[in-house]
Design a protein. Structure first.
Length: 434
């Protein structure tokens, strides 16, 4: 009965309820769009690090090292015995792909120009598989390592290539969503560069490498000194068999936490000092991700607080007016036996119906605006990436659930506050105030 009265009142007093409904709908739209933007940023990080940077699902490295992710040619890197155990373990434990990495550094020269390089050596074929179809073609000019027409070959970072005098002729390309898999021309003063390094034993060594392509990670500071080369050639150049870390891509549907637990148990049993963790939890690789997401979530919470405050004030103001315009009706209901909680119940049902209707309107509005935004292909400067980032909104059904729950709770609470005083007044006082 209370619900029927509330449903009727929504239509009888539709003009007054419309203001509250619009406030609820706008709040739902704003919260949904902002949450959708956060989901897109999270997806962008996953694509950038897990695929484009080839970190996969997990990073395996020596346990207890001082500089995680930065091991070079010292005891912090994995030796051949640890690599052998790791390769044997990975073959039998639901691993789809693995890529070995070695952090390298030295001097690079091309003619009269030279500079310091800080590079990465990896398995080219396995790396292409891990990058997947969107990022398999890793160069904006030239070709990836696995397609190099001459060996040994290197890829040179965008900013470092400019220092060496190289120039791409394909114009500005955005690698955030991947490159079209085709060879694009570029020129350098020399087709080869010379790398001068200190080997693992401390001796000097130098080799000439064919410049196969130009690459951009999306991070200007990294691209200023970056080169990439195959792990086999790097180990030959540096006279080492060490590996800094190994990225692991598990089979689809595999429980990552359970896999890590089992892996650590096996490593401890075999007395092998290695550890595995997701790149998001890694102190080096995941630092930017965690800081960015913490900031966005904090900003989202601030936006939520402001929006809910505005919605609460709008609903209280609306229902205070509605309550005082219906004093005659409320007095009649109290005179025929309705208790205060009946009156509050009627307004509570009205609030629930209003909140659900506003949420549905907000749902439709959010999907419409997200569709329009995603179709615009708007590119913005994310700050942490040198390439522009497509502005997209990835709406999730789970967001609508919690947003609707919050809206309903706020609306009902505001309505109870607005109707509490009148519902507890004496009938004579209600009629007299009318």
């Amino acid at each position: 009965m209370l619900a029927k009265i509330a449903w009727r009142n929504l239509f009888l007093h539709g003009r007054k309820s419309l203001a509250a409904l619009l406030s609820i709908a706008l709040a739902s739209i704003a919260l949904s769009l902002f949450s959708g933007y956060i989901h897109n940023v999270r997806r962008l990080y996953d694509a950038t690090f897990a695929r484009r940077q080839m970190l996969g699902d997990l990073v395996v490295e020596r346990a207890g090292i001082k500089l995680p992710g930065k091991a070079g040619l010292d005891e912090q890197a994995l030796d051949i015995a640890e690599q052998t155990w790791l390769e044997t373990y990975l073959k039998d434990h639901h691993v789809q792909n693995r890529v070995r990495f070695l952090n390298i550094s030295g001097f690079i020269s091309s003619g009269q120009v030279s500079d310091i390089f800080l590079g990465i050596a990896f398995d080219p074929v396995e790396g292409a598989r891990l990058r997947g179809p969107d990022y398999a073609w890793s160069t904006y000019a030239g070709v990836p390592l696995e397609r190099a027409p001459a060996q040994p070959a290197v890829l040179v970072g965008r900013n470092l290539s400019e220092i060496l005098g190289c120039e791409a002729h394909a114009g500005e390309l955005n690698g955030t969503l991947g490159y079209v898999p085709e060879e694009r021309p570029f020129t350098c003063p020399n087709t080869t560069v010379q790398l001068q390094v200190n080997t693992e034993s401390g001796q000097s060594n130098a080799m000439d490498f064919y410049t196969a392509g130009l690459i951009a990670t999306g991070f200007t500071e990294i691209d200023a000194h970056l080169i990439m080369m195959s792990l086999a050639e790097a180990q030959r150049l540096f006279h080492t068999q060490r590996v800094s870390y190994v990225s692991v891509q598990l089979e689809s549907g595999e429980d990552i936490a359970e896999w890590v637990r089992t892996f650590h148990q096996a490593a401890i049993a075999a007395h092998v000092p290695v550890r595995a963790m997701t790149w998001k939890a890694h102190s080096y690789f995941g630092d930017l991700f965690r800081n960015s997401m913490e900031f966005l979530e904090l900003f989202r919470d601030f936006v939520v607080a402001i929006l809910l405050m505005v919605v609460t004030m709008a609903i209280i103001n609306t229902f205070v007016r509605i309550v005082y315009e219906r004093l005659h009706e409320l007095g009649a209901l109290r005179s025929i036996g309705y208790r205060p909680w009946h009156i509050i119940g009627i307004f509570g049902y009205e609030a629930i119906f209003l909140a659900l209707a506003g949420s549905l309107v907000g749902l439709a509005g959010a999907y419409a605006l997200a569709f329009c935004c995603n179709r615009l292909d708007f590119i913005y400067d994310a700050g942490f990436l040198s390439d522009g980032v497509p502005f997209r909104i990835d709406l999730a059904f789970g967001d609508f659930v919690w947003i609707t729950g919050v809206v309903v709770g706020i609306t009902v609470g505001s309505t109870v506050l607005a109707s509490w005083r009148v519902s507890h007044m004496l009938v004579a006082d209600i009629l007299r105030e009318r």
